[in-house]
Structures are given as C-alpha cells and as structure tokens.
Ligand binder design. Structure first.
Ligand code: ZN
Length: 134
C-alpha cells in the first residue's frame, strides 16, 4: 500500500529567511537593512523574500483546507518571486497530485529536484506517480 499524498505531510512553514547582500554575502544592518560593506539598501530584497513566504504560507493553509485551486494560485505567486523555492514546488506538486493534475505534479516535483537534488518528498512524489502509471 502506498502512502497517500496529503498536504498535511507538507514541509513546515518557512520562517522569515535571513537576507544577505547578493554582492558582499553579508547580512544587512538589522535596523536599517543597509549592507554594512557596500551600503546597498537590501529592504526591497527582504520585501520580496517575505512576499514569497507569505504566499507560500497562504498556499499551505488553503491546501490544508481542501482549497486546491486557490492553493495552486498562491503557490504560483510564491514561485513568481522565488523560482527555486523548493518547499513551494514540493507542495505545488502535492496539491496538483490531489487535484488529479499528474502532468503538473510531475513538472513541479521535477523543478524541485533541479533546485534540490534528492529532495525526499519530490522523489517520493515522482515515484508515486510512476507507480500509478504502471
Ligand atoms: Zn553589499
């Protein structure tokens, strides 16, 4: 018997990620969001990061309440801001699988594996689809 794919098995919510200067690779000053080395304002970057996280968390909530189509929209929004957001890709695959959209589920999990090779949930999801296909 294969394990069911459920949003309840989704990864934990991502906490607010630490932003670092993409050039200097150092965190900003905590109060000003300015890079201490190059003085670049990192606030827009932090905003985009938090927007992807908020959309991801909304997608998780919608999925857990059985609102798959809305969850897909929220997760796609998160991915528009952060195309390699692995947890969002994994959950998107699970929601598509629950909706019966096998091609979309497979595509999401394959994207997740590109960003995080051997990701256990993406690997398990693809294996589950392969078992269904045989
Ligand atoms: Zn910098």
């Amino acid at each position: 018997m294969t394990a069911p794919i459920t949003a309840a098995a989704a990864p934990a919510r991502r906490s607010a990620p630490g932003v670092t200067c993409p050039v200097c690779r150092v965190p900003p000053h905590p109060r000003t969001f300015t890079c201490p080395d190059c003085r670049e304002d990192l606030a827009p970057l932090a905003f985009l990061r938090s927007r992807a996280d908020r959309a991801y968390n909304l997608g998780l909530d919608l999925a857990k309440h059985g609102l798959g189509e809305q969850a897909v929209a929220a997760l796609e929004l998160a991915l528009a801001d952060d195309g390699s957001f692995v947890d969002a890709l994994v959950v998107l695959g699970k929601v598509h699988a629950q909706l019966g959209n096998e091609a979309e589920a497979r595509a999401a999990w394959q994207r997740a594996l590109k960003a995080a090779p051997d990701h256990p949930s993406a690997t398990a999801g693809l294996a589950h689809l392969d078992r269904l296909a045989t």
